[in-house]
Write a protein that binds this ligand. Structure first.
Ligand code: HEM
Length: 359
């Protein structure tokens, strides 16, 4: 009964799941309190992907639990890294673990050496899960599925550190095969840069079959993890008197920019990184949207979400309700997991995630 009531409320607020304007309608300033329980979002990806929930139940029982155990022991920063790893995998050649392939004589420049991927982390968690899975059921579980499960599990654990949100423990369909190609040169054209405008972001997500609702929901991942100062240093300079009104509107809050400048200059921060969310750095929560609205988000691409009416409405809606955003985030993660997946016809199940199988 409780679930039904929650679903009714959700449908009334969002309209149909696929209807963009419903999520983007006038934000209702609902309190940030969770419902009695949160329904798992629809867990089937677009039918064309052929992925299925519980894919390993008979092929390798306990496979998903093995991945969850490997993720559980990782620290919060690495968990954030695993969510980003999934995004970077799926946006370049689809969700096929091509991001995990290491340089070899035959392919000295794989994706992981592309500029946007140099700061990825979490590879060791994927390797630990893969090695446990190979001992249990050799040659069965793909690295691409491990990346997808690990991102889902990292989200689950980081959701659980939110103070006011419920926890969406969503199901991730599986059955992906691993790719055999990986090129650094394909990273920049496919992964949006931190200075992208709203239109460029929309175009780059649309190229992967993801709409503005998915894009804004997924951007909430910037409520966890860290960023290198070089990724946003261009925004620490106050707009000059000759700047356009657009530049001024999308500029960072000046006091916040000054604080970041100090943190970035501090010799104690040897890695030269700052928390992406200054308020709740280890909680996957809707604080990100509050930060965007108060101009305290790091990247130009975060600020750009206010640069078009539809995405701005979505930001307001997500800022207004933690649990509604979490449900949307879960849905979008599942949808992203269906991008250009490989099958037995054009992929393989790698023995080691860093290398393609020997012929
Ligand atoms: C909308 C376009 C996006 C842009 C332009 C973007 C850009 C960036 C940049 C520049 C960083 C910091 C890298 C560094 O300096 O070390 C970063 C970090 C991060 N991004 Fe995104 N991102 C986008 C979307 C996403 C999506 C869709 C996700 C996942 C669903 C995501 C998850 C993360 C996470 C978790 C981190 C922190 C990683 C860590 O701490 O290791 N991002 N992103």
């Amino acid at each position: 009964m409780a679930k039904l009531a929650v679903l009714t409320v959700l449908l009334a607020l969002f309209g149909s799941v696929s209807c963009q304007s419903s999520y983007g309608g006038s934000p209702t300033p609902t309190p940030n309190t969770p419902p009695p329980s949160i329904p798992s979002p629809p867990s089937s990806p677009p039918a064309a992907t052929g992925l299925r929930v519980g894919y390993y139940n008979d092929k390798c029982p306990g496979a998903e639990a093995i991945v969850r155990d490997a993720v559980r022991v990782a620290d919060a920063g690495v968990k954030a890294g695993l969510i980003r790893l999934f995004f970077h995998d799926c946006f370049v050649r689809g969700c096929d673990a091509s991001v995990l392939l290491k340089p070899t004589d035959g392919n000295p420049q794989p994706e992981m050496l592309g500029i946007p991927n140099l700061t990825l982390r979490g590879f060791e968690v994927i390797d630990a899960a893969k090695s446990a899975l190979e001992s249990r059921c050799p040659g069965i579980v793909s690295c691409a599925d491990i990346v997808a499960f690990a991102a889902r599990d990292a989200s689950y654990y980081l959701f659980s550190t939110t103070s006011s949100g419920g926890i969406v423990d969503f199901k991730m369909p599986a059955g992906r095969y691993d790719g055999t190609a990986s090129l650094a040169s394909e990273t920049l054209p496919n992964l949006p840069p931190p200075f992208a405008t709203a239109q460029r972001l929309k175009d780059m997500f649309a190229a992967k079959g993801l709409d503005a609702v998915d894009m804004v929901a997924l951007s909430g991942a910037h409520s966890v993890g860290r960023a290198h100062c070089s990724s946003f240093s261009d925004r620490l300079v106050a707009p000059s008197s000759t700047s356009s009104s657009n530049d001024t509107a999308s500029a960072m809050d000046p006091a916040f920019a000054a604080k970041l400048k100090g943190e970035c200059a501090s010799s104690s921060s040897s890695t030269n990184t700052v928390a992406q969310d200054y308020r709740t750095p280890d909680a996957l929560d809707n604080q990100y949207y509050v930060n965007v609205l108060s101009r305290k988000a790091l990247f130009g691409s975060d600020a750009a979400l206010l640069g078009s009416d539809d995405t701005a409405r979505l930001v307001h809606a997500a800022a207004a309700s933690q649990w509604m955003w979490q449900v949307k985030f879960a849905e979008a993660m599942v949808k992203m997991g269906g991008v250009e997946v490989k099958t037995a016809a054009d992929g393989e199940i790698r023995k080691t995630c860093g290398f393609v199988n020997m012929p």
